[in-house]
Design a protein around this ligand. Structure first.
Ligand SMILES: Nc1nc2c(c(=O)[nH]1)N[C@H]1C(S)=C(S)[C@@H](COP(=O)(O)O)O[C@H]1N2
Ligand SMILES: [Mo]
Length: 418
């Protein structure tokens, strides 16, 4: 009887025969051989006992990387301020819950949901305190949407470290299904004063992250007081038992461990919006309240530190926009000289990561690959030169310039600025 290893060997030989540009169709189909019997597939075997929760295969290794700011290297988790998602190793467009990126300013509080309360006050008809049971009794809404730290990409703002992965450069984004009470429901319930144009959201963690949120029609219509993530209660790292979720808006507005909403007629000017999350412009002035995550994309394979071979390579990556739906993604395999349209693999949800893919035959010569996305509001991802011309290099947040990966003659992929 033939062993799986022999089958594998036969595949490799077949692939070798196909090699090169002429074999594109065959190579794209991988190592398929004409099969004539069950001897061509590995034998069946006995199984392990069933379990209470499903673990990953022991052949699959997936982990976030805890990092300090703006360091590129893994650090001791006790001093990490964020932990990046392994987007180079994920498929599809949903991030597994345990791999959703994490950004916490002062650790993860241990909150008993039975004790947790949400205070809603300020310019409202009636000031109320809700328990988690109160909130869970209200109508719910679920939505698949991305969450992105406004610092995503900041490593490439000034210099490009060549030896990093896409997890390092773009790992502060994830897409999950979020479930909770529509913000609009609570606003109606408490009777927010129509003159109230801002809402303060405050977290119950040590650093009491608090942000002022403008009460635009879009935010009222789409905001969620979320207690569910991918079909289960939020994980503590992501705000258990309650967080604010605002599709398309910068990560830090999505207050975790939410304990207070206060309504008012002006921004509350917390230190998070006066000192922390402002954008220093080229002229030295700081810009406040740049809240939307812009149109963005990145090729996740081939990407930083991967090794490719001449011949067929599938290009794949992720695109997203805080403005809405991704309309198209173009890729260049000649350093942004020429572009062609990638295929959107779907689902194509608004304000969610969308997978794209394209065939590519690498001729073995050094080159650069780039992606650029366009959303349904006609926002186009800028190249780095245009982005820097517009924003300068003083700022830290909202970096959405096109990501370039350089491929050298040995097929090694490296991070470069443009
Ligand atoms: N209370 C509180 N909310 C918070 C934070 C925090 O440290 N404390 N971090 C913010 C930042 S900067 C981001 S990017 C997101 C990260 O959410 P996640 O850890 O679920 O990915 O939460 C935001 N909400
Ligand atoms: Mo963030």
């Amino acid at each position: 009887m033939r062993s799986p290893a022999q089958n594998g060997g036969r595949r490799l030989t077949r692939r070798g025969l196909l090699g090169g540009a002429a074999g594109l169709a065959g190579a794209a189909a991988g190592g398929s051989v004409k099969a004539d019997s069950l001897l061509d597939v590995p034998p069946r075997g006995p199984g392990a006992p069933l379990s209470a929760t499903s673990e990953r295969s022991r052949y699959v290794h997936l982990a976030r990387t805890p990092e300090s700011t703006p360091g590129m290297r893994p650090v001791d988790p006790s001093v990490a301020i964020n932990s990046k998602a392994p987007i180079d190793k994920l498929v599809g467009s949903i991030t597994p819950t345990d791999l959703h990126y994490e950004r916490s300013h002062s650790g993860v509080p241990d909150i008993d949901p039975a004790q947790h309360r949400l205070l809603v006050h300020g310019m409202v008809k009636q000031q109320l305190v809700f328990s988690m049971d109160d909130l869970r009794a209200m109508p719910t809404l679920s939505r698949v949407a991305f969450l992105e730290c406004t610092g995503n990409g900041w490593e490439n703002w000034k210099t490009a470290s060549p030896d990093v992965t896409v997890q390092n450069t773009h790992g502060l984004i994830s897409t999950n299904e979020w479930t909770g009470v529509p913000l609009s429901y609570v606003i109606d319930l408490i009777g927010v004063d129509p003159r109230s144009t801002w809402m303060l959201a405050e977290g119950g963690d040590g650093s009491a992250v608090a942000r002022s949120i403008p009460l635009t029609d879009e935010i009222i219509a789409e905001g969620i007081l979320a207690y569910g993530q991918n079909g289960e209660p939020l994980r503590p790292a992501h705000g258990f038992p309650l967080r604010l979720f605002l599709p398309g808006f910068e990560g830090n507005l999505n207050i975790k461990w939410l304990r207070r909403l206060k309504f008012g007629d002006r921004p509350f000017m917390t230190r998070w919006e006066t000192a922390r999350y402002t954008q220093l412009q080229a002229d030295g002035h700081a810009r406040q309240f740049q809240l939307r995550q812009d149109v963005n994309s990145v090729i996740t394979s081939p990407s930083g530190m991967m090794q490719i071979r001449p011949g067929y390579n599938r290009i794949t990556g992720l695109a997203w926009s805080g403005h809405g739906r991704i309309d198209r993604v173009e890729i260049s395999t000649d350093g942004a000289k020429s572009w062609r349209e990638a295929q959107l693999a779907g689902p194509k949800l608004p304000k969610a990561q969308t997978r794209f893919q394209a065939d590519w035959v690498w001729d073995g010569k050094p080159t650069k690959i780039v992606s650029r996305s366009t959303d349904d509001k006609k926002q186009v991802q800028p190249d780095r030169a245009a982005f820097i011309a517009r924003t300068g290099t003083n700022a830290l947040f909202h970096y959405n310039a096109q990501q370039t990966w350089a491929i050298d003659q040995d097929g090694k992929v490296r991070n470069v600025l443009q």
